[in-house]
Ligand binder design. Sequence first.
Ligand code: ADP
Ligand code: MG
Length: 294
Amino acid sequence: MSETSRFRSLEDGHGALKGAQTAWDMLSEEQMQKHITTGCEELDAILGGGIHCKEVTEVGGVPGIGKTQLGIQLAVNVQIPVECGGLGGKAVYIDTEGSFMVERAHQIAEGCISDLLDNTAHRLKDFPACPERLQPNSFLANIFYFRICSYTEQIATINYLEKFLEEQKDVKIIVVDSITFHFRQDFDDLALRTRVLGGMSLKLMRFAKKYSLAVVLLNQVTTKFVEGSFHLTLALGDTWSHACTNRIILYWNGNDRHAYIDKSPSLRSATTPFLITGKGIRNATSHCKRVRMM
Ligand code: ADP
Ligand code: MG
């Protein structure tokens, strides 16, 4: 392209400026942003409505704190029908640790459905097709499960995902449980590891924006002994995770589970307790354990 035609194309608004958006557009988009409820109203409240679509959220915490439970809960809750205030979407669950339990997913789906029937029966009357969809098995059928056994498989799956998402337009959440597992075990070249993980999370962020879906990366937290005391650090540090927009840390406070907003461009850091019940993630403080309606 000659210098003159390059200038002309810039003046026409082509080239680099073509995709520009005004701050007003961005604000309106943010106000219309969709969220996926966690099942715990207090956690939704500190998250500004729930897990954000179009963004990457990293969830860190020690083993047994409830990361996988939250991942399964979100894969179920993303399916709450639009008539009941949900997204009516589908989920991709990428399991690197082998900790996804289908029986538990069934139980969490039953819990979600029973709360929906309790709380939105009046709305469901107007949507006769809805109760048919409100079956635990239909919820399981809308979770696309990928079992990943090595980091090469993980890279290949994330690369393949774009094609999959083109075909499955209803996917509204991708859960990776966990993002770092295989990279902790079989990866010796640290610089390369950081680059590969960083590239993967950037790619997932692109999917989040392009397909308006939420990406949730579960990550182990390890304890490190520094200057005489123990500190919690995310597995493999956080140099690779620049792409993560939000970070939630789940932790024990005595015998109680708590969630803490550790990093977010738009949310204040805040803490809330939460429970894991037979039905799934729920409020810790209220006896009214209902799925939040938006
Ligand atoms: P992480 O993925 O952070 O290692 P998990 O999500 O696997 O942890 O959480 C496991 C914990 O969830 C269990 O130790 C238990 O306390 C709780 N949990 C799992 N299933 C149930 C259930 N049906 N009822 C109550 N709590 C449960
Ligand atoms: Mg787990």
